[in-house]
Design a binder for this molecule. Sequence first.
Ligand code: ADP
Length: 561
Amino acid sequence: MRPLGPIATTVLHRRYLKRDSQGAVVETPDELFHRVAANLAEAEAQFGGDVDATEAQFYRLMRSLDFLPNSPTLMNAGTDLQQLAACFVLPIEDSLESIFTAVKQTALIHQSGGGTGFSFSNLRPRGDVVMKSGGVASGPVSFMKVFDSTTEQIKQGGRRRGANMGVLDVSHPDIEEFITAKREEGVLRNFNLSVATDETFWEALESGTAYNLVNPRTGAVVRQEDPEVILGLIAAAAWESGDPGMLFLDRINEDNPVPTLGRIEATNPCGEVPELPYEACILGSVNLGQHAERGEVDWEKLRETVHLGIRLLDDALEMSSFPIPEIETMVRKTRRLGLGVMGFHDMLVDVGIPYDSDEAVEFASDLMEFVHDEAWVASKQLADERGPFPAWVESTHENPVRNATTTAIAPTGTISLIANCSSSIEPIYNVAYTKHVLEGLEIRNERFVDRAKERGFYSPELLQRIHDRTSIQDVPEIPDDVKQLFQTAHDVPAEQHLRIQAAFQEHVDNAVSKTVNVPQSASVEDIEDIFHSARRYGLKGMTVFRSGARAEQVLGDSPLK
Ligand code: ADP
C-alpha cells in the first residue's frame, strides 16, 4: 500500500495515535488501522462471522483510505474509552434538574470525543416565573452559555474541544435573542445555532400573516410576530457571522424512521444527523476520488466499499460503549448509521464534470442513489444474519433491516485530511496553499498539477502565482475546460451549492451537512432567498456562509494546530 502523505501523518500524530500515560505516542499510523480493525471485527464473533478475515478486510478498507469511520472510532476503538460515535442529541426539559443533568452528560460525551445537539425549545422564556424560588427565569440563551463554558473547559482527552448544536423553535418567545446571540464576538463560541422552522411558519410567511410565539411552559400565546421580520433577522445574523443556520422540522420528520419513538427536534453539531434525544450515530465516509478509473466511476468497487463500510459501522455500533445508560438503550433500539461520501469534487474532476453544471447535479443524484441503495442492500443482509433493529416492528421500514437509517453526509473536516481528499461534497477551497503549521509545507491539488503537466501549462511560477488564491478563473494560461473543473467554493453560485445539496439529500436517510457559500457582496435579501430556495428544494437544514463574514469556527479547532 502507498505510504500515507505528510498531512495524514501529521494529523494522526497530533490527535489520533494512541499515547501512554505520559502522553508519548505509542503506535504508528499502520498500527492505528490494525487496532481499529481488530477491535471492530471482534463484533463478528457474536454473529458467527469470521473475525480474522473481517479484520483483514477492515484494515485494507481503512488503510487504503477508500473508507474512513468518524474520528471517535479512529481515536477510541481498542482503547479504554471505546466510545465510537460522533453524533449525539440530548434532551433538555424545563427544570434545573434536567438542564444540569444534560450539562453533566454533555461533559461526558465531549470527553469521549462526541459532539452534542440540543433543542432548547422546551425551556420557559426569559423573565417567566419560577415557582420554586419566586424569581424570574433566565431563558434558553442564558443556559446555553452554561453548556458553552462546560465545553470550553473539557478538552477531549486533550485532543480537541467539543462541539454543540443549539436549536430553538421559531415560535419560542426568546427567538430574537437566540438569533442574535452570536453577534457579540466570543459568545457561544462552541455552539452552532439553528432556528427550527415548520410549515406553520413558512405558510404564514407566504400568506403574509403573523404567527404565534408560545410560552412552552403554559402553552399560552405570548405575542405575535411578522414572519418576514424574523426571517430578515435570521438572514442578517447569518450574513454577519454564518449563524444561525436553519432546520426544516416537518421535512426532517417526514423521514423519521420510527415516529412512535417521538418527533425529532434537533441534530448533531454539523446538522447531518437529526436524532431523538439519547440517540447516537456512528459515521463513515467513502473516499469517492478512489472510486473512478480512466474517467469512469468504478461501480463494482463502490458497491464493495459501501457493503463493507456498512458492516464496519454496524460492528462499530456493536462494539461501542456509551457514557450514559439511556444512550446505550436508545442506540441499540434504532441502530442508526451514517454512511456518506467525501472526495466528491475529486471524483467530478476524475470523470470530467464541472461542479457548476447541470450534469454535476444529475451525477450527484445517480451516484448517491447507488450508494444509498447498496447501503440498504447491505443493511438488509445484516438483518438476515443478525436480526433487524429492535424498533423495526414499529418503524416505517416494510422489510427487515439492521439499521433505522444507513446514510448521512458529514463534513469530514478531519478524516478528509487523513484521506487527502476534497472534503465531503464541497467544492475545493483553493488549488494550492500552505499549511504554516506544517512547517510551511505547500499543499497542492495533485489532480490540478497532473493536468497542468499533461496539458503543458505547468510551471513552478504558475503554482506560485495561484498560491493561496481562492479562485483560478482569471489566470490566462489555464485552459477554460481545466478552469471549469477546478471551480472553487467561491466560484460556485449559491444556487448550485443548493442544487448539489438537494441532489444528495434526495438519497440520504439522515441529512446533508453543507455550507452554501455566497460572495462578500451578497445582500441580506440574497440570504433570505437562499432560505426560501432551501425549503423548496426539500433540504432538511442548511448554513449560509458569506465570504469575509466573521468566522466563529466551532470546529475550527484544527487538528493541525
Ligand atoms: P471527522 O472528520 O473528525 O470524522 P466531521 O467533520 O465529519 O468529523 O464531523 C462529524 C461530526 O463529528 C460532527 O457533526 C460532530 O457531531 C462531530 N464532531 C466533529 N468535530 C467535533 C469536535 N471538535 N468535538 C465534538 N464533536 C465533533
